[in-house]
Design a binder for this molecule. Structure first.
Ligand SMILES: NC(=O)c1ccc[n+]([C@@H]2O[C@H](COP(=O)([O-])OP(=O)(O)OC[C@H]3O[C@@H](n4cnc5c(N)ncnc54)[C@H](OP(=O)(O)O)[C@@H]3O)[C@@H](O)[C@H]2O)c1
Length: 329
């Protein structure tokens, strides 16, 4: 494996495992808890330390699954979970950054995961209705009390990152980063590098699309309604898949491996967390650590056309560049 990344004493490694899809986010009909547990065990055998979940995945069942899978392996892994997003009974998501919610959410996550402390506790979304310093202060109290070992945040703007980092240092920022969502290289990634903060890169395979294997989206799949996953966008973005495949064929790798290797090539502080619930894909993804992209490969991937379909994450922040507030998901 490449040099392991250690942030705030957490051994994050160079690649982690995203566990969201194990609890039905994508292709819910294919959910298979027993196979997912085998995937978690194999990941640990392959040297993966970072396992990423959230209370809202499932909701709640993903934390329970991960807790079950990691029983007996507690000391060799880094459990990362998140709070701050709430799922209503109809599946609608809303944000909650109130200190009392953060405290209760942490207690509930500890119980579901079956641990005394969460290694990396992340704020899933900034709640624009609650001063961020109050949310972060409540999370910092959890570290002081030993209920969390380190803090992270997802979808915060650079001014928000700077502000919370000055209140209580963060170990990791979590954001989408991939061949078809390279934008964070302009602001958040340099901020992480300057501040020695890890960048946990989610959806490195573009929610499966960049592998070239995805032909359609079925019922109940959370990608439904994502502007990148309409039939038109999926057809238009085949140019990107073709470009990734062309590099993959040249260097003897798979498209998914090239997508992950591109994320790894963005810097030593970047830790991709590809998600899978199949052993074959897990092994393929971990083997991306041995795939080296040369300058010509990277140039070719960087020159691929801008993807069709507005990205979601720009609305997952608290405000846009005009100061408009976002409260939904
Ligand atoms: N902070 C946030 O707001 C946020 C948002 C989204 C995700 N995340 C985190 O990031 C993790 C990863 O993101 P993601 O799951 O959205 O996207 P991803 O890793 O880009 O893609 C996962 C999808 O690709 C498929 N896949 C995985 N490896 C493959 C391979 N080698 N060949 C072909 N297909 C492959 C998976 O299928 P199977 O599952 O069927 O194996 C799954 O449908 C999540 O698990 C979650 O922990 C965080």
């Amino acid at each position: 494996m490449r040099k392991t990344l250690i942030a705030a004493d957490l051994k994050l490694g160079r690649i982690g495992l995203g566990c969201m899809s194990m609890s039905g986010g994508y292709a819910p009909a294919d959910r298979d808890d027993r196979e997912s547990i085998r995937v978690v065990h194999r990941a640990a055998e392959l040297g993966i330390t970072l396992f990423d979940t959230a209370d809202v995945y499932g909701p709640f069942s993903n934390e329970r699954l991960l807790g079950r899978a990691l029983r007996g392996r507690r000391d060799s892994v880094v459990i990362a979970t998140k709070c701050g997003l709430i799922a209503a009974a109809d599946g609608t998501l809303s944000r909650n950054g109130r200190p009392e919610h953060v405290r209760a959410a942490c207690e509930n996550s500890l119980r579901r995961l079956g641990v005394d402390a969460i290694d990396l506790y992340q704020l899933h979304r900034v709640d624009p209705d609650v001063p961020l310093a109050e949310t972060w202060g409540a999370m910092a109290d959890l570290v002081v009390e030993g209920k969390a070992r380190a803090l992270g945040i997802s979808h915060a703007t650079v001014p928000e990152l700077t502000m919370v980092h000055s209140i209580f240092p963060m170990a990791a920022v979590q954001y989408e980063l991939s061949v078809w969502t390279p934008h964070l290289r302009d602001d958040v990634l340099p901020w992480c590098q300057d501040n020695d903060v890890a960048f946990v890169a989610f959806s490195p395979i573009g929610r499966g699309y960049l592998s070239g294997n995805l032909t359609g989206i079925g019922d109940g799949d959370s990608r439904t309604g994502d502007p990148r996953f309409t039939a038109d966008a999926m057809a238009a973005n085949q140019t990107i898949v073709k470009g990734v495949r062309s590099v993959a064929e040249r260097i003897g790798a798979t498209p998914a491996q090239v997508a992950i290797a591109w994320v790894l090539a963005q810097g030593d502080r970047v830790v991709p967390i590809p998600g899978t619930r199949t052993l074959r894909w897990l092994e393929e993804n971990v083997a991306a650590l041995d795939v080296r992209l040369g300058p010509e490969d990277l140039r070719e991937l960087d020159a691929l056309p801008t993807a069709t379909g507005r990205m979601r994450w720009d609305r997952w922040r608290s405000t846009d560049s005009f100061g408009r507030r976002f409260t939904g998901l």
